[in-house]
Design a binder for this molecule. Structure first.
Ligand SMILES: [Fe+2]
Length: 479
């Protein structure tokens, strides 16, 4: 009865994120490993909203429930008390199973419907029901041997991205998979992939790489896919030695970033270089003429940012207030003819000096592949005093001083999704929607902000807290 009633409500906002940080006596050392938990808000159109939240019933979560302990699967950090060496080996051999980062939907060519999936930075995904939030099953899709894909020998792991992107002009999505070779002399590979459904994939191009970079996101323009292969590499030997993913990632602060530009029309690959940097999120990318590409990225000086989310730092006010939580929004001008990349920093407006420190970025999706003026994001530690001073920012990339922000002490917002007004004609004509944790009441609420002004216009209190939600999106035609 419940699901029948809810199925009429096609307007839904669904998010994925962190729900549980320990099991019995054992806990995670890094917050990013917390068990995935989905939240959704359904809007019947009469000024009310229905809230649902459920843990992702991954094998990882189910096994943990059954044993009343953190089950042995590959995680980003470690656990305390530590696993035994045998348990660590079992964990590494099982791979990652906790898809706690994002929820997206793929058009399913075979039935004309959508597959809703939870994703992380690996190839495996979980199919979910977006209305009931129940978990259906895991999927590890095959990559068919197309005209360019030569297949792989036994490889250790398949990294991917939690941010697959729509393909311009089609109903498909684009993603990538990195395959790390276990065999000396056999090169690692990157494969650009078209998603035709949760289970059906098509290789667009593949190329060999000396080392595999950790890349949480990438960019797609009308004709190109663009990868910034930062010098933050997977070291299989270190991963095996430490039995720890975080320890198995090696940063080279003196090496450039390799940039792969792949032509979606013919699979041709161009390799360029740019500055040393770390990033998690691309904002958007677009083409100028036939040979120039613009890519906006929220960058960091190094992956040290990730260490700030270790539980020992988050739980210690002195430590967490000291760590450098600021991203730096940058624009990369790629000239395919000259084979060069120019780097541009954005200047914050005087009235919002922290406006360029944004990450967890979103845009008006109608402006993807286009020269968008606005990016919305989150700034942690906005005044460099307290990590917990968190502002929601609207940054004007076109330099017309339309930057704005929302901030309330002890209120903790996270990524805000932009929903355009039904009849919008301007890029910022719409709302931002996000859950915010009220630190004083220790309760969360759903907030709606006017994207023009960044004023909070509506809120709906929740009967629970949402500890840290990563990513989500609004579906106006959920079914
Ligand atoms: Fe992300």
């Amino acid at each position: 009865m419940f699901s029948q009633t809810m199925s009429r409500y096609k307007l839904s906002y669904v998010r994925n994120g962190l729900g549980r940080f320990e099991f019995s006596r054992r806990s995670f050392t890094h917050s990013f490993d917390a068990y995935g938990k989905l939240c959704s808000w359904k809007f019947p159109g009469n000024g009310t909203a229905f809230f649902t939240t459920k843990f992702l019933k991954s094998k990882f979560y189910i096994d943990s429930l059954n044993t009343n302990d953190i089950a042995q699967y590959t995680i980003f950090g470690a656990v305390v008390p530590e696993f035994s060496e045998l348990q660590k080996f079992v964990a590494m051999s099982r791979g990652v199973d906790n898809m706690n980062v994002n929820i997206v939907r793929f058009y399913n060519e075979s039935n004309g419907k959508f597959d809703y999936v939870t994703v992380s930075d690996i190839w495996k995904i979980y199919l979910v029901d977006p209305l009931s939030l129940t978990t259906k099953r895991s999927v590890t899709a095959n990559i068919p041997k197309g005209h360019q894909y030569t297949g792989s020998v036994k490889l250790y792991t398949t990294l991917s991205t939690a941010h697959p992107l729509p393909e311009h002009g089609t109903k498909y999505h684009i993603t990538y998979v990195s395959e790390v070779s276990l065999i000396p002399g056999l090169k690692n590979k990157m494969i650009l992939v078209r998603i035709k459904s949760a289970e059906e994939r098509e290789a667009i191009a593949e190329w060999e790489v000396d080392r595999v970079s950790y890349m949480h996101s990438f960019s797609v323009t009308s004709n190109y896919a663009i990868f910034f292969a930062i010098p933050y590499f997977i070291s299989i030997s270190k991963m095996i030695w430490y039995m720890d993913t975080f320890e198995g990632l090696v940063w080279f602060g003196d090496r450039p970033t390799l940039v792969y530009v792949v032509d979606l029309r013919n699979g041709e690959i161009k390799t360029l270089k740019t500055e040393n940097m770390f990033f998690l999120h691309h904002v958007n990318a677009f083409e100028i003429g036939t040979s120039k590409l613009i890519v906006d990225i929220a960058t960091y000086h190094s992956p040290e940012f990730l260490k700030g989310f270790e539980m020992t730092t988050l739980m210690d006010p002195v430590k967490r207030n000291k760590f450098d939580a600021h991203a730096h929004l940058k624009r990369y001008h790629i000239d395919l003819n000259a084979n060069q990349i120019l780097v541009q920093s954005f200047t914050p407006p005087k009235h919002i000096p922290f406006a360029t420190y944004i990450d967890m970025v979103t845009i008006n999706e109608h402006y993807r592949f286009r020269n968008n003026c606005f990016v919305y994001g989150v700034v942690l530690n906005k005044d460099n005093i307290k990590f917990s001073q968190i502002a929601l920012i609207k940054k004007d990339l076109c330099g017309r001083n339309r930057d704005a922000y929302w901030y309330l002490p002890a209120h903790y917002p996270i990524e805000a999704w932009f929903v355009p007004s039904p009849s919008s004609s301007k890029e910022d004509d719409g709302i931002l929607i996000t859950p915010i944790l009220d630190g004083l009441k220790k309760m969360s609420y759903l907030a709606i902000l006017d994207a023009k002004t960044m004023n909070l216009t509506h809120k709906a209190n929740l009967p629970t807290t949402i500890p840290l939600s990563f990513h989500g999106r609004f579906f106006e035609d959920l079914y």
